[in-house]
Design a protein around this ligand. Structure first.
Ligand code: BG6
Ligand code: MG
Length: 217
């Protein structure tokens, strides 16, 4: 059966998860909300709007829509300042090897990200051309763990969900892949991503034999 390989962006392809964290932390500080790296795991893979709601819930802060809109803009403006000088060097170790291997093997590749900043990031880092389709935060209505973003990607590639393989660094994203009946590959800590079918610390730990095995299955 033909397969499709779907990549999350932030924290999988590029090291932007740290920038999202720093930008949210600034907002949390302003609101006097204790926001740790552990809390941040709840935000990974989650949409911008939902992320703010989670932070406000953590601090038991009630806010008007007007304030929320202001903080959402503030967060994104701050986040974008980290991306200004972004280039190929921000691609996480091992990612290129796997992308190139998939291309060599003529495998369809998709991006499945919650971010509305996905395209400029792919352009700045020079890897947009690897992706047959890009599905991002501008294309979906339901945030991960809803599988919508991955289902759209598989559909655009004409591959059934069961034949899609998803690389994810977030709990919400792993859950989305599982709910969508896709093969989930967690990139990160096993203690956090234990719901994933396979888990690797990063892409340097994934060898091409493993990818080949996924292609053949
Ligand atoms: C996800 C990130 O990829 O995109 C989240 O893991 C982020 O941290 C979400 O909140 C939305 O991204 P953006 O760039 O549209 O704010
Ligand atoms: Mg991610």
């Amino acid at each position: 059966n033909k397969k499709a390989f779907i990549f999350d962006l932030d924290g999988v392809i590029v090291d932007t998860a740290k920038y999202h964290f720093l930008a949210w932390q600034k907002i949390a500080k302003e609101l006097n909300i204790d926001f740790t790296l552990e809390h941040n795991e709840l935000l990974k893979g989650v949409s911008r709007v939902r992320s703010l709601d989670i932070i406000l819930e953590l601090g038991k802060v009630e806010a008007s829509q007007e304030d929320k809109d202001k903080w959402l803009i503030q967060k994104n403006e701050d986040y974008l300042t980290y991306l200004v000088d972004m280039d190929e060097s921000e691609i996480l170790p091992g990612v290129f090897t796997i992308l190139k291997f998939l291309k060599e093997k003529n495998q369809p590749i998709a991006l499945g990200s919650a971010s509305k900043n996905a395209r400029p990031i792919l352009e700045k880092t020079g890897i947009l051309s690897y992706f047959n389709v890009v599905v991002d935060g501008n294309d979906v209505t339901n945030a991960k763990p809803d599988p919508e973003v991955f289902l759209i990607a598989a559909k655009l590639l004409n591959i059934s969900a069961e034949n899609a393989i998803v690389f994810e660094d977030s709990v919400a994203g792993v859950q989305a892949a599982n709910i969508g009946k896709m093969t989930s590959v967690g990139i990160g800590e096993a203690s956090i991503l234990h719901e994933a079918k396979y888990i690797f610390k990063d892409f340097t730990e994934i060898d091409t034999d493993f990818i080949e095995e996924l292609i053949r299955k």
